[in-house]
Design a protein around this ligand. Structure first.
Ligand code: DLL
Length: 430
């Protein structure tokens, strides 16, 4: 099932719409945002200079710091009387990032989220258990309103209270689960305590997972644990929230809602646009936003984009699952490694679980990497077993990722569980 015709339109038609909307957006920010007007004036660009989609490369990037510097509403291009919703990032360092939506923006958000739900064939017959956090985070409410618009039954469970969530999922007959992948795994871990046949009490058939980088191994583990279809959802509050892209499961990757968000891949070091298929940082430009249009936003997310047609019939380009964030990449004695690559190795080893933590530190002049992993409940915690697991895993990290890692195996339930986005890395060198 495909929600909108435009998702499978010929490329020329999509690009025509993109160019028209790009010109409108550039004109909007030039006239309504002193921030962008100054930036464009500095490099001598006016809206008339944008004649083709490639001309976007003439425009400057927008960074997270720009939103912080203009806290709270400095980048809005709609009057407050037209703003109907505010969201914000957690802001653990410095000022939070604040985003706003007009009713038109809310309609866009709901439309892209209905497209996402349609990737998993969600209809009014479904009961959606939404365990994304409700509040300033875009996860909870982003999945909420579109579900109602589809006529489905939405259960606004929010995060935490694992046992109670499981009870509600069973008693209300949830057919759809929306949560971070790590929380879905945690739910399964607790549900499994009811016995190996626990799944017969649940009606889940599909899940919509996102908000954090994951490895292929973790995605497989979540799908297997619940025996459901895994739809991956990507998005960020600065651009809209969840719904920038989602996977159709007919081919590799997540279709980007290109009629609303224009994607580019750049070299994070030089800012140069990379050819199709090359790995780099995803940059997004909003094409239809009113309250907070953003030009060439540096997401910090590392991925690749593919343009070839997809078996599902959609013609929107696909991005691969995010490999990691530019700022999460660890450099261990000169070797670059993303946490999702470490996770992939762990996921493919039977005697350990996906509850792990990565600690980077210094030992003299050298970097030291420690990976703490929980043993599988069915593997006995004997010295002989521990030594074997440590040796095997060290060898795998060395062979696959070229890193020397010290492995520590801990007992089940030792590492703190995450109710939202998982925090896997402790970098003591920073
Ligand atoms: O995490 C929006 C969202 C909610 C997406 C629910 C999907 C599901 P922020 O809190 O602004 O928004 O965080 C955005 O989270 O730049 C990525 O680094 C990461 N992220 C989001 N989705 C994915 C994903 C929401 N599918 C940041 N895979 C982004 C990997 C993801 N990383």
């Amino acid at each position: 099932m495909i929600f909108n015709k435009i998702e499978s339109a010929p490329r020329e038609e999509i690009e025509k719409i993109q160019l028209k909307r790009l010109k409108e957006t550039i004109t909007r920010v030039y006239h309504l945002s002193p921030f962008y007007k100054n930036k464009f004036d500095e490099i001598g660009i006016t809206p008339d200079d944008i004649k083709t989609l490639q001309d976007i490369q003439k425009l400057p990037f927008t960074k997270k710091q720009d939103l912080r510097d203009n806290y709270p509403f400095g980048l809005f291009t709609a009057p407050m009387s037209e703003i109907v919703r505010i969201h914000s990032s957690s802001g653990t360092t410095g000022k939070p990032t604040v985003v706003g939506y007009t009713q038109h923006d809310m309609n866009v958000w709901n439309e892209v989220m209905m497209r996402v739900y349609t990737m998993g064939n969600v209809t009014s017959k479904d009961v959606i258990h939404n365990a994304y956090g409700y509040g300033l985070f875009t996860g909870g409410l982003g999945f909420h309103e579109a579900a109602q618009k589809l006529g489905a039954t939405i259960v606004p469970a929010s995060g935490g209270f694992t046992q109670r969530q499981l009870m509600l999922m069973r008693d209300f007959g949830a057919t759809v689960l929306c949560s971070t992948p790590t929380f879905a795994l945690h739910l399964a871990e607790i549900a499994r305590k009811e016995g190996p046949e626990f799944r017969k009490d649940y009606k889940l058939r599909v899940g919509f997972f996102g908000a954090e980088p994951t490895s292929e191994g973790l995605r497989r583990e979540v799908a297997n644990a619940w025996q459901i279809e895994y739809i991956e959802v990507y998005g960020l509050s600065e651009i809209i929230g969840p719904g920038v892209s989602a996977s159709c499961n007919k081919g590799i990757g997540l279709h980007i809602n290109e009629d609303h968000f224009y994607p580019e891949i750049i070299d994070p070091k030089t800012g140069e646009v990379l050819p199709e298929g090359e790995e780099g940082e995803l940059v997004l430009t909003t094409l239809t936003k009113q309250a907070l249009p953003i030009i060439r936003y540096r997401t910090g997310d590392i991925t690749k984009i593919h343009k070839e047609p997809c078996a599902c019939g959609r013609t929107f380009v696909r991005m691969e699952s995010v490999k990691g964030r530019v700022d999460d990449m660890l450099i261990i004695n000169g070797v670059n490694v993303y946490p999702s690559q470490i996770e992939h190795v762990i996921a493919n080893y039977d005697d350990v679980t996906l509850n792990y933590q990565i600690v980077a530190d210094k030992k003299g002049y050298l970097d030291k990497l420690e990976i703490i992993i929980e043993i599988n409940e069915n593997t006995s915690y004997t010295e002989q077993n521990l030594n074997k697991i440590k040796k095997d895993l060290s060898q795998k990290f060395l062979n696959n990722l070229y890193i020397n890692a010290q492995i520590e195996i801990v007992k089940p339930n030792t590492i703190e569980r995450s109710m939202g986005k998982a925090r896997r890395i402790i970098d003591k060198r920073k």
